[in-house]
Design a protein around this ligand. Structure first.
Ligand code: FAD
Ligand code: UDP
Length: 370
């Protein structure tokens, strides 16, 4: 008999959810992570009494009641609602695109019909054509003026490609509303764990053996020999020794500063949508928690970056080459009888946190029904 029922490679949200559920049903589980900390990309760390999101700002939002109840069973969530501000040439606009944005941009806009008239007029340049790329999709949703002020620069910085070469679905993530509502998300539930995401994952992993600074590939044979099954949440191409080629990503560089002021920008998230600045977002972490009374503030400048294997892989690139390569790797993965591949790196998929948890629930259900 092997020492563990399951080895979970990765203590991010996918690995932590699977580990928590399997442990709760009596399985013997070992979690390993190559990083020095748990929680993967949702890791938060306290600096100057403020929870700092070390791998990019994370706002939990979901429509799944069971997922919301699950995360709330470990820690309490606050009532944070994401309402980013977009900044260009010293001007400020509300995001996502809504009546506050439209009325600031066009001085004659008061009602939803006024805004629709402007957008319909600007959309005429498409001559009713079905949008085939991000630029056309954006113009069809909000017109050229907003596209050029609030979308084009941000998107080109983020993806390092022209908007005419990017798929339209990227921009469809953002709501367009004809109401005065600045909530970035449409989901029913939203908030940030009080005390930070690391605390959430700590609670999920309570009672489970966790080994940090432990890379699966450093002792692969030994790890394979100690558990009946493996749940792998690292990069899918790395698992197969990159034998079909390397998958590509976009990365980010974070420049975090402590300022001796109580309130630097008045909002948690400010998007810089032009090319004047190289960064896309400036995050002021204390505003994720409206009870924070720190006299200082911690601010992170987020610079999009090309990716190389020494960097963190943040965003998958959904172009033809990478989509096809990922599919080939998924076929190989399906043939591995004792290994389950899950999460954003192992599935090569952009996943929000709630979708990762939902996918982990499904994964455990499948394992338990076998
Ligand atoms: P990860 O968090 O990447 O965890 C994988 C873990 O596996 C890591 O800890 C890694 O160290 C470990 N690992 C990998 N290989 C090995 C190995 N060989 N040996 C041992 N350990 C290994 N979602 C939202 O819902 N709301 C948001 O606001 C939001 N904001 C985001 C902002 C940014 C900048 C990014 C990039 C993503 C954001 N997301 C957001 C998505 C969210 O980060 C993911 O859904 C979630 O973190 C994925 O969890 P995971 O477990 O799949 O992956
Ligand atoms: N976007 C934009 N302007 C903004 C914010 C977002 O044009 O001020 C576009 C950009 O193309 C981005 C996409 O919308 O890649 C999705 O934005 P989201 O905030 O969901 O980005 P993520 O959370 O994935 O970083």
């Amino acid at each position: 008999m092997k020492q563990y029922d399951y080895l979970i490679v990765g203590s991010g949200l996918f690995g932590a959810t699977v580990a928590n559920k399997l442990h709760a049903s009596g399985k013997k589980v070992l979690v390993i992570d190559k990083r020095a900390n748990i929680a993967g990309n949702i890791y938060t760390e306290e600096i100057e009494g403020i929870q700092v999101h070390k791998y990019g700002a994370h706002i939990f939002h979901t429509d799944y009641k069971n997922v919301w109840e699950y995360v709330n069973s470990f820690v309490e969530f606050n009532r944070f609602t994401n309402s980013p501000i977009a900044r260009i040439n010293g001007e400020i606009y509300n995001m996502p695109f809504n009546m506050n944005t439209f009325s600031k941009l066009w001085s004659d806009v008061v009602t939803p019909d006024d805004a629709k008239k402007h957008i319909d007029e600007e959309k005429k340049e498409l001559h009713g054509k079905k949008p085939e790329n991000l630029e056309e999709q954006a113009i069809s949703l909000v017109g050229r003026t907003i596209y050029e002020k609030l979308i084009k620069g941000y998107t080109e910085k983020q993806w390092h490609r022209s908007c005419t070469e990017l798929p339209s679905f990227i921009i469809k993530r953002l709501p367009v509303r004809f109401t005065y509502d600045n909530n970035y998300f449409n989901d029913k539930y939203q908030g940030i764990p009080i005390g930070g995401y690391t605390k959430l994952v700590e609670q999920m992993l309570e009672g489970i053996e966790v080994r940090l600074n432990t890379n699966y590939f450093d002792n692969r044979d030994e790890f394979n020999s100690i558990a009946n099954k493996i749940v792998y949440t690292g990069m899918i191409d790395e698992y197969f020794g990159y034998k079909l080629g390397r998958l590509e990503y976009r990365s980010l560089k974070f420049d975090t500063k402590i300022y001796d002021t109580e309130n630097f920008q008045g909002n948690a998230v400010v998007n810089y949508t032009g090319h004047e600045e190289e960064y896309t977002r400036v995050i002021e972490h204390k505003h994720f928690d409206d009870t924070n009374k720190s006299e200082k503030t911690v601010v992170t400048y987020e610079y999009p970056s090309d990716w190389n294997p020494e960097m963190e892989a943040y965003y998958v690139i959904n172009d033809d080459r990478n989509n096809m390569l990922a599919e080939e790797y998924r076929k190989l993965a399906a043939k591995e009888s004792n290994v389950i591949f899950g999460g954003r790196l192992a599935e090569y998929k952009y996943y929000d946190m709630d979708d990762v948890i939902k996918a982990a629930f499904d994964c455990v259900e499948n394992l338990e029904n076998k």
